[in-house]
Design a protein around this ligand. Structure first.
Ligand code: KG4
Ligand code: ZN
Length: 346
């Protein structure tokens, strides 16, 4: 008989203070997320110092709440998994130090998790992974296509060369005077609009799986400036729709091409922008047509949360990967296959 594993996950890499208990890497027992969006709204983006201060204030309470909702004592846990990077350094440090203190006090193994591995493993809380698979991680900080041959094997086959998709959504939203975070507002306007403004599709070199969104963002800004100079009123909904159509077409096109070229058995999407209705609809239709199984986790698991960190941490635990008390928050951490970092890492 194998023993059940209960992993406590902790996530503080950006603007959510989150803790969660996950059973055997697949079942959410508790999932607590304290969002800071309201505090950052008036600045139009995440202010690192404000984020760190909120994390410090809330982390203990959020961990206690995750345990209490799970109705568990620390000694019933198997290990503690925490986001080691990438992210805001001051924000990461709060989670890493809380995890270290908690693991030390309760004699539990400690596991440092890459934030993107977490986003990918969010899918395992809903649907078992089937390899080889392709993951599209699309958020405020990332736009990556990752090929996975097996658990813990990550091959980044494409990534953004400039802005992340979510960053472009947020900047375009800001230029349209929409509140932060702008992605959901652009999405809503795009659905409502009947008109559309044509913007370029940025495909880069034909064989490349990389993305670029800064040119598209500039095209939107130019359109607004030109309209202002001519004394014309720009149509925010038509701009939102045109911008979103450009992002959706390119992201869908590259994801489908990669899935076919690599012959994957499953495609999964993750990250905040995977919440986008236009993108979801387009990807679902494209993969239904190709006959390739395609999954997106439910919205609360698409955006930052700690259940995804616990889910990834569980598989790392099973592979024998542990971190030492020398672990630090690593803002620029690169996504490495777990085999390459098996055993102890700092
Ligand atoms: O994954 P996430 O919560 O945080 C990280 O960046 O790791 O993603 C947040 C991003 C923001 O840029 C937000 O505007 C975007 O996801 N987002 C959306 C939508 N919902 C959230 N972008 C487009 N359409 C949406 N419906
Ligand atoms: Zn994220």
């Amino acid at each position: 008989m194998t023993m059940d594993k209960y992993i406590l996950g902790i996530e503080t890499s950006c603007d959510e203070t989150a803790a969660s208990v996950v059973k055997n890497g697949t079942e959410i027992i508790s999932n607590v997320v304290a969002s800071q969006i309201d505090s950052h709204k008036r600045f139009g983006g995440v202010v690192p110092e404000v984020a760190s201060r909120h994390h410090v204030e809330r982390i203990t309470m959020v961990i206690e709440e995750a345990l209490s909702q799970a109705d568990m004592e620390p000694e019933e846990l198997t290990a503690v998994a925490v986001t080691e990077g990438p992210g805001l350094v001051g924000a990461l440090l709060i989670g890493v130090n809380a995890a270290k203190a908690f693991a030390f006090a309760n004699g539990l193994p400690l596991i440092g998790v890459h934030h993107i591995a977490g986003h990918i493993y969010a899918n395992r809380l809903v649907q078992e992974m089937d390899f080889p698979l392709l993951a599209l991680v699309i958020s405020g900080g990332h736009t990556e296509l990752i090929y996975m041959e097996s658990h813990g094997s990550f091959d980044v086959i494409g990534e953004t060369r400039d802005d992340a998709a979510g960053e472009a959504f947020d900047k375009v939203a800001r230029s349209l005077k929409l509140p932060y975070p702008g992605g959901p507002h652009v999405d809503r306007l795009a659905q409502e609009s009947r008109e559309t403004v044509q913007f370029p599709r940025v495909w880069l070199e034909t064989e490349s799986y990389d993305f670029s969104f800064s040119g598209l963002k500039s095209a939107v800004l130019n359109h607004l400036h030109n309209a202002a100079q001519r004394g014309e009123e720009a149509d925010p909904a038509a701009i939102a729709r045109g911008f979103q159509e450009s992002v959706v077409e390119v992201v869908t096109g590259k994801t489908v091409r990669a899935a076919e070229a690599y012959g994957v058995r499953q495609v999964i999407a993750a990250g905040g922008v995977a919440a986008n209705k236009g993108l979801r609809t387009s990807l679902q239709a494209a993969f239904a047509e190709k006959g390739i199984p395609f999954y997106i986790p439910p919205l609360p698991l698409c955006t930052d949360n700690a259940a995804m960190i616990a889910a990834a941490g569980t598989v790392m635990y099973e592979q024998g990967i542990r971190s030492t008390m020398a672990m630090n928050g690593r803002p620029g951490l690169i996504l490495q296959s777990w085999k390459e970092k098996s055993g102890f890492s700092v």
